[in-house]
Write a protein that binds this ligand. Structure first.
Ligand SMILES: [Zn+2]
Length: 275
């Protein structure tokens, strides 16, 4: 179990998943909050949820699903409360699975220039990349699909739990030097396929956008790159602190070109990885 904004920490619970991955049971301390119950969920993923009181302060949730799933609980703490969610994703099949990570979100806006939030620019491009990958038949998971806060450790944890093949994070840069502009892509120094991914995406981007090429850059200190178990790349599309580049970064046509390039760079990489 992970604490969204903090490094993964251990919280008491036990979980079981059936061999067909269609029954997931989790037992945890709830201080008597939940009563025995049966829910006929019956949506695309879930059949039923059974809540069983084990003792005064321990409860068991048993989910049955229509498809094989991977499930994991996450605890989030904010200033006023602590709450838990259980995330469910379809179990990975034989093909590749790509995580697209729109940087920042919610109260974490990232860079802000001329009333433009980095978190929104990241999401704009991420949504386009996700649609293009899906159109190409790739299994894609988004770390966020709207303007919500997701901790950086949680993003990496999700990717690991979901057995991702490749993790790509989308960001926009900023500098105190207003003249700074251009595109760069970060990777983990010892990850051969991470270097391939960063190189492919970077080359596709600078050729599509005509932006200044900062090349690929070691990013071992970046949490999503350091904490993911699979090859990972983090793109800094351009500098929001440069007026001229910011205008381009906000332009839907430029975003479309960027998304196409990222998608192509990902497909190049999956191809090189043997998919
Ligand atoms: Zn950022």
């Amino acid at each position: 179990m992970t604490n969204g904004a903090e490094p993964v920490s251990s919280v008491n619970y036990t979980e079981n998943i059936s061999s067909d991955k269609k029954t997931y049971a989790i037992t945890f301390v709830d201080n008597g909050k939940f009563s025995d119950a049966f829910y006929n969920l019956n949506d695309d993923m879930f059949s039923t949820l059974v809540v069983t009181r084990i003792s005064n302060n321990v409860v068991k949730f048993t989910f049955t699903t229509k498809v094989a799933v991977v499930a994991f609980p996450i605890i989030r703490e904010d200033s006023s409360d602590t709450y838990s969610t259980i995330s469910f994703y379809t179990a990975k099949e034989s093909g590749p699975r790509v995580i697209i990570d729109a940087g920042h979100g919610g109260y974490d806006h990232g860079a802000i220039y001329s009333s433009t939030y980095e978190s929104f620019l990241n999401l704009d491009v991420a949504k386009l990349v996700i649609a293009k990958l899906k159109a190409a038949g790739v299994d894609v998971i988004a770390t966020r699909e709207d303007d919500t806060f997701v901790g950086v450790y949680e993003r990496a944890y999700l990717a690991n739990k979901a057995s991702a093949t490749l993790f790509v994070s989308i960001h926009h840069n900023a500098s105190t030097v207003p003249e700074m502009h251009g595109t760069g892509t970060y990777y983990y120094s010892t990850s051969t396929n991470g270097i391939k991914a960063a190189t492919n995406i970077q080359e596709r981007l600078v050729s599509a956008l005509g932006s200044l090429n900062h090349g690929i850059i070691t990013g071992n200190d970046l949490i999503v790159i350091d904490n993911t178990n699979m090859p990972a790349a983090l793109v800094e599309l351009g500098f929001m602190s440069n007026d001229e580049e910011l205008q381009k970064l906000k332009d839907p046509n430029y975003q479309e070109k960027a998304a196409n390039a990222i998608c192509q760079g990902i497909l190049d990489t999956l191809d090189q990885m043997g998919y």
